[in-house]
Structure formats: structure tokens, C-alpha cells
Design a protein around this ligand. Structure first.
Ligand SMILES: Nc1ncnc2c1ncn2[C@@H]1O[C@H](COP(=O)(O)OP(=O)(O)OP(=O)(O)O)[C@@H](O)[C@H]1O
Length: 455
């Protein structure tokens, strides 16, 4: 791309950037500045980059032509934190589809040249207001995530969770985190680790449910060279890798009774013995276990050892499901929309009131992960400024009038019901559920990922 031309406002008047990526047309001259805006041309890339990394005006004008569409795309991808207005020639059919696609995806507004200075000034004012609002929201979100280990939300359930996590972080005892799939168990475990005296040590997360039963032993405890065919090297297990830090044993309820005995022994001895070895290796690791199943009920039914349950459940953290977090649903939805919108240069700016209603009514079986997936998909595919319930794959339920369900929505609903039913019948054993559904385990994982479900 050639050097862009940047036109910058001077003191006393409101400031705007004006960029001409590719330099295919002359820069907008100061004499063309709209009322209230004073423009000064700057004509090299490094000046623009310096400006965009430091303090800079919140709005900018971009001269878009049929020839510089690609240059504009590259430039705009780097210009975060600015609301852009496009200045275009009257359409002449040349590269028009690409120009229109760019206008729709990356600009707050556009003006056809010669632009009406009064209208341009109003448009710059609106865009500047919107940019300030977004900057404010972004810095509030940054503060919020920095204080809370990335856990967003203000609902009473989340406030109580933050208080509990802070207390638990100070104490070295084992923690059991219980919550539905996608409700933030791993995030909570990370928050405990980062607020604990072990924060400079490693944080190792292990999904016990995803390790094939014959590998659990070597994955957790490691193995010596020659322990079994193919063991050409000595290998440390996850517990040793977490030395000095924290290990999260996610889906601990998926361990077989035999592996539960071994884990209990490690917790009591505070040492591991690698598979094929005899040496006792002391491990200084804080253990956090997480589960979406009711482990007390699993103890009752004989699927989980009572002694291990008490050993893990010294401190207990309960994660509230998203559907019980009231206004958090909307708050989180806006945060994720903003995140994906800037990453994808999407024209999406917010939600229709029907979409917000649908978000509040949905039962969120996949919790925050499902919310993130729905919003990511909607922002990536969305063509309009406001997302509708259909864009989010949710039903609108407008009063008594039911919106027609799309085939995709109906298919997703049926798939979700079939998978959740099979998983419940198979005690969340994915291989058995896949057999029952007559699909491969990999296909089941892929569909679950798409629907925001976790094993
Ligand atoms: N309160 C929250 N604020 C921001 N992001 C969240 C919050 N809760 C969860 N998330 C995000 O949702 C996604 C799922 O969270 P996480 O993996 O911690 O859930 P989980 O309960 O461990 O899921 P699983 O049971 O499937 O292992 C992650 O991307 C996480 O960052």
C-alpha cells in the first residue's frame, strides 16, 4: 500500500483524522474542513502509526475510491478505537460491490463527494460521541476484567462468587468447584490461582474426561523410559508439571474408581510415582477439582469414592448457571459483541429489543460458552447494525405471535435435545452417547462444540 495521507485537526477545534489509504486521490484540504473541525494534512505512515498508538482523535475520515478498497481494509484493520466516516465518489459501477461491502462493514457513516459540510460536521459529531462511549465501555471492561480475573458480571451470584474466590485463594486447601458446563469453572480456578501466593508458579488444567482411560495414569503421574512399548523417553506427568503451582482436575467425576484410588494416594502422600518407576517424587501442588455432576449423588450411587470426595471437597465453590444471573446475560452479551465486532470489522453495533428479550428468556444449557458462541457467530455473519433473535439462533416470542423457526434453528434445537438426552442416559460418557446416537465420538464432539455444549 502507498503512503496514506492523514489530515489532523489542530487545537481549539474538534479533532478528526482523515486518511487516504493508497494515495489515489489528493488529500482533503484544510479549506474543505466542515464547520467546527480544523484539518491539517500529515502524509506518512509512521506519523499515522504513532498517532494511532498514542492519544488520538476518536473519529476519522477515510477517502474511499474504487482503486483503494484493499488498502482501506488493511488500514482499517489496524485502526482500533476510532469511528470512521467514508468519503466516496458518486458510484460509477467500477468495483462498486467491493466499495459497498467495505462501507457496510467498516464505517459508521459515509458521504458522497462533494460532501455537504454541515451534514459532515453533524455526522462527525455523532461518530465522535459513539467513539467516546465505546472507549469508555472498553476501559470499564478492562478495569473490570483486571480486578476480577476475567470474571465478568455484577449479579448477586457473581458478587458472592468473587468474595468466595478471594477467600479460597488465601487458603492452601483443596477446592471442589461445581457448576454446569460452560459456567466458568476453569475461569474460577484460574482466578483462584492468580490471586493465591502460588501465582508465579504454573497453572495446569487437565480435563480428566478427555483422557482415554488407559492413558490417565501416565498423563497424570508421568512414566519412566521403557515403562511400556513406545515409552522411549522419561516423561513428567501433569502433577509434576504443576510443581510449585496449581493443578485443575476438570471433570474429576469422569475418573474410574481405580484412578480415583491412585489420585487419593497422591493427595495423601503429596508425592507421585511415575508409571514403571519406584522413586517417590514429592509434589508441591495445590489441587482444584471441578465437576458438572453432583459428586455427592455419585458417591451415593457408588460411582465416586467417598474418601476422595471428602479429600477434594474441603473448600466448595458453586458456580451459578447463566440463566440465574439476571442482567449479567445482557452485560456479557454486550461485552462479547464489542470484542468480536472490533476483531471482525463487523457492521453489527448492538441488539434489537427482541434479541435482548430472547437472550433473557433463553435457558442457556451451555452457559457462558454458549453465549460466546452464539454472539461470535452472529457478529461474524451479521449484515445489519442490530442483531435479531434469528441472528442469534434464538426464538423471538413477540407477544402471542411466534416468529417462524428457521430450519437451522429447528435442527439445532433437535440436535441439542437428542445430545443432552443421550449424555444424561449415558452418565455423560461421550463414547457411549455417540454409540447411542449412531455417530462417531469425533462427530459428537464437533456437534457439541458447535452447539456450545461440553461433555
Ligand atoms: N463470568 C464470566 N465472564 C467472562 N467470561 C466467562 C465467564 N464465565 C465463563 N466465561 C467464558 O466462558 C467460556 C467457558 O468457561 P469455562 O471453560 O471456564 O467453563 P467450564 O465451566 O470450565 O466449562 P466445562 O464444564 O465445559 O469445562 C470461557 O471462554 C470463559 O472464558
Amino acid at each position: 500500500m502507498g503512503a496514506p495521507t492523514l489530515v489532523r485537526a489542530v487545537a481549539g477545534l474538534r479533532s478528526a483524522l482523515s486518511v487516504h489509504p493508497g494515495k489515489t486521490t489528493p488529500a482533503l484540504q484544510p479549506s474543505a474542513a466542515p464547520p467546527g473541525w480544523d484539518l491539517t494534512p500529515v502524509e506518512d505512515w509512521s506519523a499515522i502509526e504513532r498517532l494511532l498508538t498514542g492519544e488520538h482523535p476518536p473519529v476519522g475520515l477515510v477517502r474511499v475510491t474504487a482503486e483503494n478498497v484493499e488498502a482501506c481494509q488493511r488500514f482499517l484493520a489496524g485502526g482500533a478505537g476510532v469511528e470512521w466516516l467514508a468519503l466516496c465518489d458518486p458510484p460509477d459501477g467500477h468495483n462498486q460491490d467491493a466499495v459497498e461491502a467495505l462501507l457496510a462493514s467498516a464505517f459508521y457513516d459515509f458521504h458522497t463527494l462533494p460532501a455537504d459540510p454541515e451534514r459532515l460536521a453533524v455526522s462527525l459529531g455523532h461518530a465522535a460521541g459513539m467513539a467516546q462511549l465505546r472507549r469508555h465501555t472498553r476501559s470499564r471492561q478492562a478495569e473490570l476484567t483486571a480486578d476480577t480475573g476475567g470474571i465478568l458480571g455484577d449479579s448477586p451470584g457473581i458478587q458472592a462468587l468473587r468474595r468466595d474466590l478471594a477467600k479460597v485463594a488465601r487458603c492452601p486447601a483443596t477446592v471442589l468447584i461445581h457448576g454446569e458446563s460452560g459456567s466458568g469453572k476453569e475461569l474460577a480456578a484460574q482466578a483462584i490461582h492468580h490471586a493465591s501466593p502460588r501465582r508465579d508458579g504454573p497453572f495446569v488444567a487437565v480435563n480428566c474426561g478427555a483422557i482415554p482411560a488407559n492413558l490417565v495414569q501416565t498423563e497424570l503421574f508421568g512414566h519412566e523410559r521403557g515403562a511400556f512399548t513406545g515409552a522411549q523417553q522419561r516423561r513428567c506427568g501433569h502433577l509434576e508439571r504443576a510443581q510449585g503451582g496449581t493443578i485443575l482436575l476438570d471433570e474429576v467425576g469422569e475418573l474410574t474408581l481405580e484412578h480415583q484410588v491412585n489420585l487419593l494416594r497422591v493427595l495423601e502422600d503429596r508425592a507421585v510415582t511415575r508409571v514403571g518407576g519406584t522413586e517417590r517424587i514429592p509434589v508441591d501442588v495445590r489441587v482444584i477439582a471441578a465437576t458438572h455432576v453432583d459428586l455427592a449423588a455419585a458417591v451415593e450411587s457408588g460411582h465416586f469414592r467417598e474418601d476422595l470426595y471428602y479429600r477434594l471437597n474441603v473448600l466448595h465453590i458453586e458456580l451459578p448457571p447463566l440463566r440465574e444471573r439476571g442482567n449479567d446475560i445482557e452485560r456479557l452479551a454486550h461485552v462479547f459483541l464489542e470484542r468480536f465486532r472490533s476483531a471482525y470489522l463487523s457492521p453489527v453495533r448492538g441488539f434489537t429489543s427482541q434479541a435482548l428479550g430472547a437472550l433473557r428468556r433463553h435457558s442457556w444449557p451451555g452457559n457462558v460458552r454458549e453465549l460466546i458462541n452464539r454472539i461470535q457467530r452472529a457478529v461474524a455473519m451479521g449484515q445489519r447494525a442490530l442483531l435479531s433473535p434469528g441472528d442469534l439462533g434464538l426464538e423471538a416470542r413477540l407477544g402471542t405471535v411466534r416468529q417462524a423457526e428457521t430450519l437451522d434453528d429447528a435442527r439445532a434445537r433437535a440436535e441439542r435435545a437428542a445430545i443432552l438426552g443421550a449424555l444424561a442416559r449415558c452418565e455423560r460418557n461421550v463414547s457411549r452417547a455417540a454409540r447411542e446416537l449412531d455417530i462417531s465420538r469425533v462427530t459428537l464432539y464437533r456437534i457439541m462444540h458447535r452447539l456450545g455444549l461440553r461433555p
